[in-house]
Design a binder for this molecule. Sequence first.
Ligand code: AMP
Length: 467
Amino acid sequence: MKIYNTLTKKVEEIKPREAGKINLFVCGPTVYDFIHIGNARTFVFFDAFAKYLRSTGLDVEYVQNITDIDDRIITKAIVEKRVWSEIATQFEKTFIADMAALGVTAVSRYARATEHIPQVIEQVKKLRDGNHAYQAKDGWYFDVKTFKDYGKLSGRSTEMAEDGVSRIDDGVGKRNKADFCLWKFPLSADEPAWASEDLGPGRPGWHIEDTAITEHYFGPQYDIHGGGQDLIFPHHEAEIAQQEAASGLEPFVRYWMHVAFLVQQGGKMAKSKGNFTTVHRLTEQYSKETIRQYLFSAEYRSPLEFSDEALEPFKTAQDGLKKSLRRMAVYSKRGAFDVDAPDSAEKLSAIADEISAALADNFNTASAIGLWSGLVSQANQLIDEKKFDSKAYDVFKNIADDINAILGIIPEVSQIDIPSDVAGLIRQREEKRAGLDWAGADALRKDIEAKGYTLDDTPYGPILSET
Ligand code: AMP
């Protein structure tokens, strides 16, 4: 498969470092609040991507960190007069619940920053011993001038990095403006700190937890690192500097993948801007399949627009799909596919090949979803023309299962237990229809609808659905 590599700015074939194995790391959330649908775009994308890689036979070890110690958590704790770790625990729980509600199941291991403090300290010591880190008044800093490749991911030089960009640590007594903090000393008794004889008491800086965690699980070099595009600079640039300076080995990561923003009225959805919709709220309103179909509807390197109405067309599409799937299941039982149509399975398989090609080409979910909709339409058309045989139905179901295992966009269509009173109404209505009593049949249809069902008349008899 091919993906766009932010490091080389090219679409490249993925070649695992070790045959058959991929180590994948994706930056996780800072757990100080509910996550929003913008964060979810990145997490749901990599969930599907990891599932796809596994479907091709690769053994994928997917690690995601959880930033459970950070300035934003500490600030919230001070404002709300709570213990910082209680806030982290609370929002880690809501994050895990949100991921489950969105069908995100591909992560092999969630790694908390606070459970990797010894690894962080070790890495900072290595950088200090290699003269890449120095002590300032409020912590240990990485000296960007000691790393000649600084800027190779984002295309910035150390001078440009000094242009006062946001989220660069404002330390006291830094050598270069672009230097970033590795180990922060506590500035007050409210700030948590871990003991370290070598470094002094402190907590990890923003960037170091990720490289400490990945070195621990993957070693100093691995295959794929992902995240949202806002992380390219300074975060991922800092990770490269830390790990390559600490180990002397390059490349730290072979392939860097970045997901474009979910935007609202043209601007990035962000907690700091206050223009966000939480996953928690959205999953109460829409099914996970609807949300995922929406998130995959744009190619991952293009922005995706969000609004309160943005998911409605996807909900409508899901309802239509449910109807089609139900119709197929009922038709199959009623013998509608006992026809002679030797070409029908082949037609569907040809579209399935195109879907596979779209996913293999930089994981183009937008194109795959378009093709899948086309495949459902093709199947419906063949059914209407009585050119859909049971082999085609088996092929259709297999394709749907394969797509669903990766994208998770196909709703479950459960069998309806038809209550006996409704079954009686359907029977009576069939009798009225047989006697050409259309007014009587319509009245019975209304009775059925009043009980929470819709009825479709088909050439193979009526099909009941729940409304
Ligand atoms: P944070 O908790 O802010 O560090 O974000 C967690 C992840 O969500 C990171 O990979 C971010 O790049 C990603 N992210 C944040 N906002 C957006 C957005 N509006 N669209 C897509 N990804 C985002």
